[in-house]
Every structure is written in C-alpha cells, then in structure tokens.
Ligand binder design. Structure first.
Ligand code: ACM
Length: 260
C-alpha cells in the first residue's frame, strides 16, 4: 500500500489556487492514501472567528470537498485533509477522509492549540477508526500529538495508520512522532506546511519536516523545512498488528490500566 503526504506552502485565503497547486503537481502520480496538512486550502491564522466562519464548509459540502472528492475518485485513493468545519453554531478545526466512492469521515480536532481556542470549538467526534482497502485508519490533528492519549486511543481501537494533518509551529513534534509510532507500533503520517503567516500581529513560522514513521520508529520518508511536494512509502499495514516487543511482551496486552 502506497501511503503519502503533501507538504505545501498555502497563500492565505487563496483556496482554489491552493487546492489546484497540489492537484496539478500530482498529475501522473499514484498512491493509495494521501494526507494533506491541517487547514491546507485556507491557511491557518484567521483574524477572528467571523473570518474563519467565512472560509468554513459544512461536512461533505463546498468547493474544497468537491475538488478532493473528484481527485480521490480519479486516483482511486483515500485523501485526508484539514478544513474549517461549520456545524450549526459550532466551528471545528476538522479533517475529512474522503474515499474514492465519495463517502467520507470527519474528525474534529480534540486539543486546540493557543489562539485556536479563540476561533474554534473543541472537537466532539473523539477518536475513531475506519476501514480502507484492508487497512484500519485513524486521524488526529496537529497539537493532538502533544497528548499521548490521542495516538494511544487510536491504537487501542485498532488503527494501523494514523493520519496527522498538521500546521506545526513547535519544533519538537517531528521527533515526538517517532515515539508516538514506536509506543503504539503504528504507522504515522504527519503532513505539515512551510511558510509564515502574520495576520494578527503575531508571526507564525511553520516548520515543515513532514514525515512518515513506521511501527519500529523508523522514518520512512521526510521533508525539510523548505521543501514542498509529495513523499511516499510502500508499506504493509499488517506490520502494525504485531504488537510483540519480546516473546514475553505484547505492547497493548501488557498494559496495566488499574495502576495508571
Ligand atoms: C497546531 O496545532 N496547529 C500547532
């Protein structure tokens, strides 16, 4: 199974161009799973909640969803991407996983980072796992990495591959994702962006360094802090089902939650 991510450098608010840049650059390239960054088409630093709402879509609606749905069908691939989701009077920092048949799953970011708390509502979906092409997939978004419970919950639910759309500003995440993969024996795909935004008087620099990590903690593919484009790895998702550490130790079965 070819799993991949695209590291981009979106221009704030230029939704159509930001989507088309990626689709154009992936002409003729095949993959089974593609992960795009958090808020990949809109940009990250909204001035306020009203501005974020003006860019938000309902789940399964809007130009971004329509374009990605068509792209997923053309590529016969699962595509995961981040977007601002409007649901009633709530606004979530969400990711959609769009299957080739146009069906989709929505995850709403559980742990909001810094000024996101002034813009978004805390997610209400919780962590969940779904099947795709004989693999079990879970999602978490950016700062969720800082809570080991996120990836652990997905592993306990049986995830083999964790898709992790991100807009990283904390430089410790790429190394931490080795630990998240290793401590759960799962594949992780952290799709980040590069570039800067300074729309609220507070400059944000995004660190790039997207990476795909194996259940052994091996970095299978990675980007630096300047590159944009696709990286991929050909993996067997079933490797993530082997939770044995030694002949006497099974990673999840040996947990002792009564002492935690
Ligand atoms: C982040 O959660 N976007 C840092």
């Amino acid at each position: 199974m070819i799993i991949s991510l695209y590291q981009n450098n979106p221009r704030f608010g230029e939704v159509r161009q930001n989507i088309e840049d990626i689709i154009d650059n992936l002409k003729g390239i095949n993959f089974d799973l593609l992960v795009l960054p958090e808020l990949f088409a809109t940009g990250y630093q909204f001035k306020d909640r009203e501005e974020a709402i003006s860019f938000a879509d309902s789940a399964g609606e809007g130009e971004t969803f329509e374009k990605i749905k068509k792209f997923a069908a053309e590529k016969d691939a699962l595509i995961v991407y981040g977007f601002p989701e409007l649901k009633g009077d709530k606004l979530f920092n969400s990711s959609a996983a769009v299957l080739p048949d146009g069906s989709y799953h929505i995850y709403q970011k559980t742990h909001l980072f810094f000024a996101e708390k002034e813009i978004f509502d805390p997610g209400q979906t919780g962590f969940f796992v779904f099947d795709y092409k004989a693999a079990r997939i879970g999602m978490m978004i950016c700062f969720d990495w800082r809570y080991p419970e996120s990836a652990r919950k997905l592993a306990l639910l049986g995830a083999q591959i964790i898709c992790h759309p991100s807009n990283l500003v904390l430089t410790t995440c790429p190394e931490a994702m080795i630990t998240r993969a290793l401590e759960n024996r799962v594949f992780t795909i952290t799709a980040d962006r590069i570039g800067k935004e300074e729309r609220t008087g507070k400059a944000l620099k995004f660190i790039g360094r997207s990476r795909i990590v194996s259940p052994d903690g091996e970095v299978l593919a990675e980007m630096d802090d300047r590159q944009t484009g696709l990286i991929a790895a050909d993996i067997d998702p079933y490797l993530a089902d082997d939770k044995s550490i030694t002949p006497n130790n099974s990673l999840l079965d040996d947990r002792r939650p009564e002492y935690y």
